[in-house]
Design a protein around this ligand. Structure first.
Ligand SMILES: Cc1cc2nc3c(=O)[nH]c(=O)nc-3n(C[C@H](O)[C@H](O)[C@H](O)COP(=O)(O)OP(=O)(O)OC[C@H]3O[C@@H](n4cnc5c(N)ncnc54)[C@H](O)[C@@H]3O)c2cc1C
Length: 440
């Protein structure tokens, strides 16, 4: 039997659950369709950093209020309850292949003394966050249908038809919140004008037995196997699940990094507690997150990751825009224009996705010698920053006074640094595609 709703939401991640809770609290008849049987179980790798507390991000100045246990989004004007575990981190460190030379964003020793006030940001339990949002959604009357893999979305005369697992759902509006590999975007033709960079795959691991200096930070390290021309890039980030646990991400060569590399002393008794894979389809952002009464939110509309926080912002905005459209009896593009306008301002209008993409060649373009030299130029930490869009720009700006020195001492490095510009990103695509997680 077909059920009719004001809004059918596909995907119960942060974007979809926030949209469902908001729509139902506003009084809309809402369905939330999710292919997993337990939507709060995290089955896709995610570092769960609160992105970001160190400055504006997607035009928001978000933070966590420890006192009332709320994530606050003051520019958009809403908050989200979260009373699960948190764990601060105080700097972002990039390590050169020699295992010791470091480029730091933030002064760890100075920041950690100040505790919450000094933190760069923190990690938290995404599953617990989703649990809270789902409880609220359920209490407000959302029909939550789990185990429903949506295969089709079609425009009908009055609204849309969504099909999954043999069931049919009709909605005046549909919200596509089904993530970076969005079926809704595909079915509705959103991807036609997007640029496709490829599919990345990897495994994230929660590990214990780590002994690192200044461990309560985000660590991005480059490590070369003997004779290799490009590095293994790996990440170590505190885990919210335990004080002695860390999130470790590298697409390949976990054993090499932890047991044989120059970094192996960081992992004296490493044990994998559990592994969580991820698949990442890299599409450029949509031109507009609206088409034929379908609104895309979160990763489905943006490039790579809208982040948990950014996806919740989208969900909240989309549900409110639909509410206004229905109250105004304008169930069309004009009715929900406030969502598209907000999205343009907060996503492409806030920063160019290619600045995010730039992190990939920044970690992989340079040789071992170039990286050791490059990081040695930073004798003091750069300002605290956890915004991946800004990293390469900040590094280039900081190197401006020593440009001539680099040109004289290592011209190959000077040449490669000059290549790191978004307008010439095409020349970097082969380097991006060379990275190990496109092949893993
Ligand atoms: C390696 C890695 C590290 C990351 N680290 C961070 C971090 O530190 N901090 C941060 O904020 N973000 C991080 N992210 C990004 C973050 O995970 C996403 O941006 C965020 O979860 C997006 O939320 P969403 O609601 O848009 O989509 P998702 O969280 O992807 O949710 C989509 C939901 O839709 C469901 N679904 C998919 N297809 C269908 C279908 N056909 N039918 C029904 N249901 C469907 C999925 O099962 C899922 O539940 C990371 C991502 C990766 C890959």
């Amino acid at each position: 039997m077909t059920k009719r709703y004001d809004v059918v939401i596909v995907g119960a991640g942060p974007g979809g659950t926030m949209a469902a809770k908001t729509a139902a609290e506003n009084g809309l008849k809402t369905a939330l369709l999710e292919r997993k049987t337990n939507p709060a179980e995290i089955t896709r790798g995610c570092a769960m950093m609160f992105a970001v507390e160190s400055g504006y991000y997607f035009a928001e100045r978000m933070y966590y209020n420890n006192k009332n246990k709320k994530m606050i989004f003051p520019v958009n004007g809403f908050s989200v309850d979260y009373d699960g575990p948190t764990r601060n981190y105080y700097a972002w460190h990039f390590y050169a292949p020699d295992g010791k030379t470091r480029l730091a964003f933030g002064d760890y020793d100075e920041a950690i003394i100040r505790g919450d006030e000094g933190r760069l940001s923190f990690v938290y339990d995404k599953g617990k966050l989703l649990e809270g949002l789902l409880n609220d959604a359920q209490k407000s009357g959302v029909d939550i249908i789990t185990g429903c893999n949506v295969r089709g979305v079609e425009k009908k005369e009055h609204g849309l038809k969504v099909t999954g697992n043999g069931d049919t759902f009709e909605g005046t509006f549909v919200i596509g919140a089904d993530g970076v590999n969005s079926r809704v975007a595909e079915c509705m033709g959103f991807n036609k004008e997007r640029r496709f960079f490829g599919v990345a795959r990897g495994t994230t691991r929660y590990v214990t037995g780590v002994k690192m200096d200044q461990s309560e930070s985000v660590t991005t390290a480059m490590c070369f196997k003997p004779g290799a021309s490009s590095p293994i890039v790996f990440w170590v980030i505190p885990s919210p699940y335990g004080e002695d646990e860390y999130w470790f991400q590298t697409p390949v060569d976990f054993e090499y990094v932890t047991q044989k590399s120059l970094f192996s002393s960081w992992f004296p008794e490493v044990k994998v507690v559990r592994a969580v894979p991820f698949v990442l389809a890299l599409w450029s952002p949509v031109a507009e997150p609206y088409k034929d009464n379908v609104l895309l939110v979160g990763d489905a509309a943006w490039f790579s990751e809208a982040e948990i926080t950014g996806s919740m912002m989208c969900g909240w905005r989309a549900a409110n825009a639909i509410t206004v459209a229905l109250r105004d009896n304008k169930p069309d593009r004009e009715g929900v224009r406030s969502y598209s306008d907000w999205w343009q301002k907060s996503y492409p209008g806030f920063d160019d996705y290619r600045n995010f993409l730039m992190i990939m060649p920044f970690c992989r373009l340079f040789s071992e010698k170039e990286l050791n030299y490059l990081y040695s130029l930073f004798t003091a930490p750069l300002p605290p920053n956890n915004n991946p869009f800004q990293v390469v720009r900040m590094v280039k700006e900081a190197l401006r006074p020593v440009r001539t020195k680099i040109e004289n001492e290592m011209p190959s490095l000077a040449h490669k640094l000059a290549m790191l510009e978004i307008d010439t990103i095409d020349s970097l695509v082969p380097t991006i595609k060379k990275q190990e997680f496109f092949k893993a």
